[in-house]
Design a protein around this ligand. Structure first.
Ligand SMILES: Nc1ncnc2c1ncn2[C@@H]1O[C@H](COP(=O)(O)OP(=O)(O)OP(=O)(O)O)[C@@H](O)[C@H]1O
Ligand SMILES: [Mg+2]
Length: 352
């Protein structure tokens, strides 16, 4: 007897500061167990401003990760973020799905700030036109073709199949949904703070209603420390984590970090203001932070204070089973916030 094994994937988050790999196994009842996990730092010249500048560095890091973790699945899911990604809800005239398939390119053109021939388009119909309504709502996703090709190519070069290219914002949402109960009363902003990009995805009653990628993250904190105290890249990276380094005490680092946290809060505020002005939803009532930069000392209380709402750090492993003996749990705990995207990718299936 042959069981048709559902096609699980390896979740591979190609971040600009580090690549994260997660392989999960689905159990009964939509539960998952952690099979393999790894993180491999990338040198800062490998990915700059969201573009892969040195693909051999990226390929080497992926290869190392797959070897070290022993990742099994041949199919990989990865994701992209940043300014070459556009997510928009648009209204189009009501029409049958086949017709939309043909006209989406034309409908999308007016919403995409790039040449339509340079992007890959995807869409989901959110509301079929009700009787009597002449428009329907469509979620439009456009990503620069070059960007997708680059991310797909580094995976192929490792001999793996790049089966799924998702968006960071959606992957973080997946990770949240498998680990937390949705509170129907609350409007939750999922804020994934990486090194170069902060991705915001607002969920109202469990449905995603707003997205925005901001070019602001851990790099801004590091650069501010480097400027202020004349630190090297590595020194500033350690100072950011609250470590004592030569020429900058944790207290000195804190004053700079707090200033940058305020700048980060102001950036997020702009997004929330825009959200409040455009969406027919209540204001954000809860912040759930992920990404390495979310661990910056004192950032969470600063955001909490500024927005007057509860803020917490997401634990994307909250409901994922694993054998304590298989993993160093202290290490897992320390990298957990950085795993949100890779875990959200790891639950994807080929063809879903
Ligand atoms: N404990 C910590 N305290 C402060 N900052 C941290 C900590 N751990 C990691 N970081 C910072 O988080 C960032 C890395 O996070 P993450 O892995 O989520 O980013 P990335 O996916 O590589 O970046 P991006 O998605 O923006 O390309 C780096 O800027 C790093 O310095
Ligand atoms: Mg990232």
């Amino acid at each position: 007897m042959f069981w048709s094994r559902s096609k699980g994937v390896v979740g591979l988050d190609i971040g600009s500061s580090a690549i994260k790999l997660v392989e999960l196994k689905e159990r009964k009842g939509a539960e998952y167990s952690l099979e393999r996990v790894g993180i491999e730092p990338l040198s800062p010249e490998a990915i700059v401003d969201g573009s892969i500048m040195d693909s051999s560095l990226v390929v080497d890091a992926i290869q190392k990760l797959t070897d070290e973790t022993g990742a099994k699945a041949a199919n990989f899911a990865t994701s992209v973020s940043g300014h070459s990604v556009i997510i928009k809800k648009i209204q189009v005239p009501s029409m049958p799905p086949e017709e939309l398939d043909e006209s989406i390119q034309w409908e999308a053109e007016q919403y995409i700030p790039f040449d339509i021939n340079d992007v890959r388009l995807d869409y989901v119909i959110l509301s079929e036109g009700d009787l009597g309504r002449d428009t329907m709502e469509v979620l439009l996703v456009a990503v620069k073709r070059d960007k997708v090709n680059d991310y797909v190519s580094v995976i192929s070069q490792c001999g793996k199949s790049p089966a799924i290219v998702d968006l960071d914002a959606f992957a973080v949402q997946n990770a949240y949904e498998i680990n937390y109960d949705i509170n129907p009363e609350s409007v939750v902003a999922l804020v994934n703070m990486g090194a170069a990009v902060t991705t915001i995805n607002v969920l109202a009653r469990g449905t995603s209603v707003f997205w925005r990628d901001i070019s602001f993250g851990g790099n801004q904190f590091r650069e501010a420390l480097q400027r202020e105290y004349n630190l090297s890249f590595d020194q500033a990276e350690r100072a950011k984590r609250g470590e004592q380094v030569e020429g900058c005490s944790p207290a000195e680092a804190r004053t700079v970090l707090d200033q940058v946290s305020e700048e980060m809060a102001a950036e997020i505020q702009k997004t929330f203001d825009f959200f409040a002005a455009t969406a027919d939803s209540e204001a954000v009532s809860e912040l759930v932070l992920s990404g390495g930069c979310a661990q910056t000392p004192n950032l969470l209380p600063i955001l909490q204070e500024r927005f007057g709402v509860r803020a917490e750090l997401m634990n994307p492993l909250r409901r994922i089973h694993f054998k304590e003996s298989d993993f160093d749990s202290q290490w897992l705990h320390s990298i957990a916030p950085m795993l949100a995207v890779s875990i959200g990718l790891g639950v994807r299936k080929v063809g879903d």
